[in-house]
Structure formats: C-alpha cells, structure tokens
Design a protein around this ligand. Structure first.
Ligand code: PEP
Length: 249
C-alpha cells in the first residue's frame, strides 16, 4: 500500500445537466472522506460554480482544462486565475482526450501546468501511452517524454499529482492489471528521482486512471506506487465512486 496520502479524482468529462449535477452533488455529499485521503471532482466548466457552492468542503473541485494567460482575447478559454476567483483549487491538464482531439503537445501541457501552479491552482497532470505504443514496447519512452514536458517547465512539484492513464484503458472497460500499472508508476518515480530529485520522486502522488471501477479499485490500491485513481465513467455513479474512495481502507 502507498505511504503517500491517497488521491481520488473524478473526471465527469462533457457529461451532466443541471438535474444530473444536482443529484451527483447530493450523492457526493453523503461520502465520508477517509483520513489521509483527498477527493476532487471535475465537472464540466459550465457547472463548476454551482458544484463548488453546493458540494461539501471536504471534497475539492477541479476544472478539466485551463489556459496559459490570466485574461484577454482568448475566446472560449478559462484562466487559472478565474478558477481561483471561484474557489476552484485544482485543474486536470494534458488529459489524453485533449492531447488527441485538441492537439495539445507535451510542451503546451507543461506551459499550462506552470501557469496554473503560478496562479495557485494545483494540477492533475495526465500522461499515458496508446495501444500501439504499448505493443511497440515504447511505453516507458512515451510516458517519460510526456512527464519531461511538465518537468521542463516547473520547479516545484508540491502541488502536482501525476495521473498515469494508458489510453487503451480509458473508457474501454479494459483496466491495466495492478502489475502493469505498478510497473509504469515505478518507471515514472525512477525517472523523477534521476531527473528531478529523490525527494520529489518519493513525495509526488502518481495515480492510475483507466476503467477503474468499484470492483477493481481495491486490488489496484494494494500496490505501493499507486497513490490513488483518476476515475471517469464510475465517477458519475456516487455509490461506485464512494467504493473507490474507500478502496484503500
Ligand atoms: C479518464 O477519463 O480519466 C478515465 C480514466 O476514464 P474511465 O475511468 O471512464 O476509463
């Protein structure tokens, strides 16, 4: 089991309506957040304000993206400074769906991470290989290259959580085995130890994402380098999400 505080993120993606968000918040407010566990949910930007206003304070709220400027003529974008203004303390950056559909590069994800941290917003930085990359045995190259994109732009990792999310496992129901996930988490920690510092490698939370559900979370949570989860589909079901939050107990 991981010696670091457990971190559970719920990524709602582009899902929800006023009615569904209300019922999700009601469900989340019934969750008992265990000690040494941090829980953060990421609603679509439109609903962030109402979620923060109605969700209990023991649960954090994240945006699913933010930009590299504080304000200005950037139609459609949201700045970390604006998130801060609404009491939003977290942002998910570099999710594979943003890399794939919106062409976000490693460098841009690094820039967005640096800007969010500077504005006082903590970052869930996502990395992960595609199926063809795993099959070509380049998983370690891909994930360390993506991590370097972040490492090149920041000095302080205190407010960063790294989410390892193999693309082939996201939304597919095909979860990585605990051994597969642990192997990559160890690779990432070793890379951080060599290229950043041992202190950062020992303290940074590396969470796993990709078809985590109420049935598989407890076994994944037994691994010493899996410090929690980023959860998509199952985060839209409060009972299942609660089971995942309690997975390490
Ligand atoms: C995600 O989008 O971050 C994710 C892990 O999705 P799912 O849990 O649905 O695979």
């Amino acid at each position: 089991m991981s010696p670091r505080n457990f971190f559970i993120g719920g990524n709602w993606k582009m899902n929800g309506s006023v009615a569904q968000v209300k019922s999700l918040v009601e469900g989340l407010n019934k969750i008992n957040v265990p000690a040494q566990t941090e829980v953060v949910v990421a609603p679509p930007a439109l609903y962030i304000d109402r979620v923060r206003a109605n969700l209990k304070k023991e649960i954090g709220v994240a945006a699913q993206n933010s930009y590299v400027k504080a304000s200005g003529a950037y139609t459609g974008e949201i700045s970390p400074e604006q998130l801060k203004d609404l009491g939003i303390d977290w942002v998910i950056l570099g999710h594979s769906e943003r890399r794939e559909y919106f062409g976000e590069s490693d460098e841009f994800v690094g820039e967005k991470t640096a800007h969010a941290l500077k504005a006082g917003v903590s970052v869930i930085a996502c990395i992960g290989e595609k199926l063809e990359e795993r099959e070509a045995n380049v998983t370690a190259d891909v994930v360390t290259r993506q991590l370097k994109g972040v490492a090149d732009k920041i000095n302080d990792w205190t407010n960063v959580v790294v989410a390892y999310e193999p693309v082939w496992a996201i939304g597919t129901g095909k979860v990585a085995t605990p051994e597969q996930a642990e192997e990559v988490h160890v690779t990432l920690r070793n890379w951080l130890s060599t290229n950043v510092s041992k202190e950062v490698a020992d303290s940074v939370r590396i969470i796993y994402g990709g078809s985590v559900n109420a049935k598989n979370a407890a076994e994944l949570a037994t691994k010493p380098n899996i410090d929690g989860f980023l959860v998509g589909g199952a985060s839209l079901k409060p009972d299942d999400f609660n089971t995942i939050v309690q997975a390490r107990l």
